[in-house]
Design a protein around this ligand. Sequence first.
Ligand code: XIL
Length: 300
Amino acid sequence: AGTLGAAAVQSGRYFGTAVAAGRLGDAQYTTILNREFSSITPENEMKWDATEPSRDNFTFGGADRVANHARSQNKQLRGHTLVWHQQLPGWVSGIRDANTLRAVMNNHINGVMGRYRGQIYAWDVVNEAFADGGSGQLRSSVFRDVLGTGFLEEAFRAARAADPAAKLCYNDYNIEDWNAAKTQGVYNLVRDFRSRGVPIDCVGLQAHFGSGGSPATFQTTLANLAALGVDVQITELDIAQAPASAYANTVRACLNVPRCTGITTWGIRDSDSWRASENPLLFDRGGTKKPAYDAVLTTL
Ligand code: XIL
C-alpha cells in the first residue's frame, strides 16, 4: 500500500492524525491529511473550553469543521475529550458543590456526545486522571476533589447513555511502561470497571515519547491491558527527533497485539506539532515524508 491509511487497513487498523480546524484552509496540510490518514482526532476543538465556554452555552464551530471534514472525506472520527482537568473553563474548576458539579459534568457529556452521536468511533471520556510519579493514584482535580474517585465511573456511565454506539476510552500519557506505577493504576482501574460491569471499551496510550521511543515493555503493556477485554489504541504519537527505528518499534508493538486497533500521530508536519521544536512527526515543514514515514509504512 502507498499510504499510511491503506497500509494500516490491511490488518484491519486505522492510521490517524490530530487535526486543527484552523489549518484546514492550508492546501498542503489538507492534501496530506486526505491522502494519508484514515482517522481524525480534533486537536483542541472538542475540549471543554472550546465546546462549553460558559454554563450550558455550547459552541461547536471548530468541532463541526473538523467533524464535517472527516465525514466528507470518509475518515473515522475520534472524540477528544470530555472530562479533563486542563483546557477546562474557570466556571467549572471553581465549582465546590458536588451536586452542582455532577449535574454540570453530566450535562457536558450529554451535550457534546449528543451533538456527534453516531459519528464518533471512540471517545476519550476521561483524559489524564492519574497522577505522575509513584503513587498510582488519581491526581488532584476539581472532579476528584469535589466528586471523589467515583467521578470516573459516573462519567463513563453517563457517556454510555449519551452515545451507546461509541467506544468509551480512558486516555493518558506515561502509561506505556508496564513497570510504571501510573500504568498499574490505570490497569487496576480498568480491571475494576470490567469486573463490576462499569462501561469501558478501550484504553488510549498517548505515546508522547523522547528520542528513545517506546519503552521495552510497551508491547507487554498493550497486551496486558487488552487481556482485560478492552481495545487499546496509540492516540497521540510523537517522538522527539522522530528516529525511524523508534517509530518502527512503536508501530510493531501495536501490530503484535490483536486488540491494538489503531494509531494516531499528534499532527501531520513538524510545524503543526505542539512539540514543534523537537521535530517529532512523520512529515517535515515542507510536507515532505521523513525517514520515519518510510519506516512506519514498511512496518504496517
Ligand atoms: C495539546 C494540543 O496539541 C495543543 O495545541 C494545546 O495547546 C494543548 O493540548 N495530551 C492531550 C492533548 O490529551 O489534548 C494535548 O494536546 C497534548 C497532551
